[in-house]
Design a protein around this ligand. Structure first.
Ligand SMILES: Cc1cc2nc3c(=O)[nH]c(=O)nc-3n(C[C@H](O)[C@H](O)[C@H](O)COP(=O)(O)OP(=O)(O)OC[C@H]3O[C@@H](n4cnc5c(N)ncnc54)[C@H](O)[C@@H]3O)c2cc1C
Length: 266
């Protein structure tokens, strides 16, 4: 084991100050990504700044046309939230598919959104709904936030404090899981927003992380049915390839999952 400091601030200001004093430190939320990365020596922070006790980062609240989820909320709490189930049932269902009970017991929305794993279910939902990522210093539209594999618009030391999800007219998500890790080999989210815009997002399949499929969006805007995207292919060249699935297979999965997501949307 290598040495690191463990710090537990109670406020955002304190957390920011600790980060300023420990520029090689890392914020810790559920630890379900960071701790495995440390065990594998892929990360070696000088300090862990635990956000678990920081004020103002918890809760799920409907505010008019949006649902605001505090960054410290664990996946299990979000999936079981009556407020969310009433306002955006599809989002509660999506979060209920993350990992397994142990992962959902510790992992948080803030950690998932900050980490931007290419297979993260939250990324698919946030981009499909046109969510706003709220940080300690600003508000970032999802369209500007997800910038590539494990890459976001967050600055060094910026803390995600909440995510605001606009309530859609309907939404559906389907994922083809890797049976071992439970992560999406391909997950497709389809949403019709309150203003009638159709947005289609994909995780797990793209070589550059979460992305939108504008050809599907245009077809579904004309007719919201699985039939409407029949025959539209996605570019294999933009797909990821690994021991689990090659580019051709992932491109095929995008179409199949998209049709199922449209059929499931409500
Ligand atoms: C076995 C397993 C299966 C999984 N399956 C899935 C799955 O099916 N779908 C899925 O989407 N995810 C899955 N995950 C990932 C899981 O959702 C993680 O919980 C999540 O990616 C990270 O959240 P965390 O709270 O654990 O973050 P941590 O591990 O604590 O932190 C992750 C990163 O984000 C930073 N960070 C944390 N919180 C903040 C914040 N508020 N502001 C700024 N930076 C922050 C940390 O410094 C770190 O770099 C799985 C994980 C495991 C171990």
């Amino acid at each position: 084991m290598y040495a690191f400091e463990y710090l537990k601030p109670k406020t955002i200001d304190e957390a920011k100050a600790l980060f300023a004093d420990n520029p090689d430190g890392k914020f810790l939320s559920g630890g379900h990504t960071l701790l495995p990365a440390m065990k594998l020596r892929l990360a070696g922070p000088s300090a862990l700044i635990d956000l678990g006790a920081v004020d103002g980062m918890r809760g799920i609240e409907r505010k008019g046309d949006v649902v605001v989820i505090g960054a410290g909320m664990k996946h299990g709490e979000v999936a079981e939230s009556d407020v969310l189930k009433a306002a955006i049932p599809a989002l509660a269902a999506i979060v209920g598919t993350i990992g397994d009970p142990a992962v959902r017991h510790r992992g948080t929305i803030g950690g998932s959104i900050a980490n931007n794993d290419p297979s993260a279910d939250y990324a698919a939902a946030a981009l499909a709904l046109g969510a706003t990522i709220v940080t300690d210093s600003r508000r970032i539209a999802a369209d500007e936030y997800f910038t590539g594999l494990f890459s976001t618009a967050l600055e060094e030391g910026e803390i995600v404090t909440a995510v605001e999800f606009p309530i859609p007219k309907r939404m559906g998500y389907q994922k083809f899981r890797n049976p071992a890790s439970r992560y999406a080999l391909c997950g497709v989210c389809v949403a019709e927003t309150a203003s009638g815009e159709v947005r289609v997002t994909v995780v797990g399949a793209g070589a550059d992380g979460v992305f939108r499929v504008t050809e599907f969006e245009a077809a579904l805007a004309r007719e919201f049915s699985a039939k409407a995207i029949e025959g539209i292919a996605v570019d294999e060249g933009g797909m990821a390839s690994d021991i689990h699935a090659d580019q051709e297979y992932r491109a095929h999965l995008v179409v199949v999952m998209a049709k199922r997501a449209v059929a499931a949307a409500k």
